[in-house]
Design a protein around this ligand. Structure first.
Ligand code: GRF
Length: 207
C-alpha cells in the first residue's frame, strides 16, 4: 500500500481525460492510485466523474484572479496534494497557470496535456490556431510543467491529420480522442518509473 504510486488530478472542465486515466487505472493499465481530484470550478464535470468512482474530490476556491491561483488558493491546493501524499500531479484541463510555490512543491512531478503538437500553438484554443494557420497535421502533447506556458519537456505526442472540411469543433473532437489514448500511456510510463529526463529530452526506458 505504502509504495503505491499516488496521483493527484487537477481539472476545471468536463474531465474526459481524467475519465480516460481513471478507467486505465481501474483496468490495471496504470499501476497507481488516483488519490485526489481537485478543481477550481465547483460545478466541474471532473468532480462528478471522480465522485462517481468514489475518488476523493474537492472544490478549492481559486481566489481573486482569473488565470492563476491567488496565494491562499495556491497554499490550499498544495496542502491538499501533500496531504494526499501524491507522487505526480496530473493537469487535465486545469485552466490556470501554476506559479512559483506550487511548481517548487512538486518540481519535476507535474504533467499536462495540450491540444497541439508543441511547441506549435501554445495557449488557448490550440486546435483553432492550427486550423487558422493551415497546418496539415496537428495533435496533442503530454509535457512536464515548468514556469513557461505549455513549455516544459515533452513526454509524448500523438498526431491528428487536419482534413479539408474540418471545423474547429470536429478537429477538436478528434484531438480529444487522441488525448484519451496518449495521456493514459504517458501516465502509465511515469507510474512505472520508465521515464527519465535529460535536459529537454525525455527518454522512455523499454519495459
Ligand atoms: C483538453 O483538450 C486538454 O488538451 C486541455 O484541456 C482539455 C481538457 O478536456 N488542456 P477534458 O476536461 O479532459 O475533457
Amino acid at each position: 500500500m505504502n509504495n503505491t504510486f499516488r496521483i493527484g488530478v487537477l481539472g476545471s472542465g468536463k474531465g474526459s481525460n481524467f475519465v480516460a486515466i481513471a478507467d486505465a487505472v481501474i483496468a490495471g493499465q496504470i499501476p497507481a492510485e488516483i488519490a485526489v481530484v481537485l478543481s477550481d470550478v465547483e460545478a466541474a464535470g471532473i468532480l462528478a466523474h471522480a465522485r462517481d468512482r468514489k475518488i476523493p474530490a474537492q472544490f478549492v476556491p481559486p481566489g481573486k484572479f482569473r488565470t492563476k491561483l491567488d496565494e491562499e488558493a495556491e497554499r490550499a491546493f498544495v496542502a491538499a496534494l501533500q496531504q494526499a501524499q501524491i507522487d505526480l500531479v496530473v493537469l487535465a484541463g486545469f485552466m490556470r497557470v501554476l506559479k512559483g510555490d506550487f511548481l517548487r512543491a512538486f518540481e519535476g512531478r507535474i504533467v499536462n496535456i495540450h491540444p497541439s503538437l508543441l511547441p506549435s500553438f501554445p495557449g488557448l484554443e490550440a486546435w483553432k490556431q492550427a486550423l487558422d494557420h493551415g497546418v496539415k497535421v496537428t495533435g496533442c502533447t503530454v509535457h512536464f510543467v515548468d514556469a513557461g506556458v505549455d513549455a516544459g519537456a515533452i513526454i509524448g505526442q500523438q498526431t491528428v491529420p487536419v482534413l479539408d472540411n474540418d471545423t474547429p469543433e470536429n478537429l477538436h473532437q478528434r484531438i480529444h480522442a487522441a488525448e484519451h489514448d496518449l495521456y493514459p500511456k504517458c501516465v502509465a510510463a511515469l507510474a512505472r518509473r520508465e521515464i527519465s529526463v535529460a535536459g529537454r529530452r525525455v527518454l522512455w526506458k523499454k519495459a
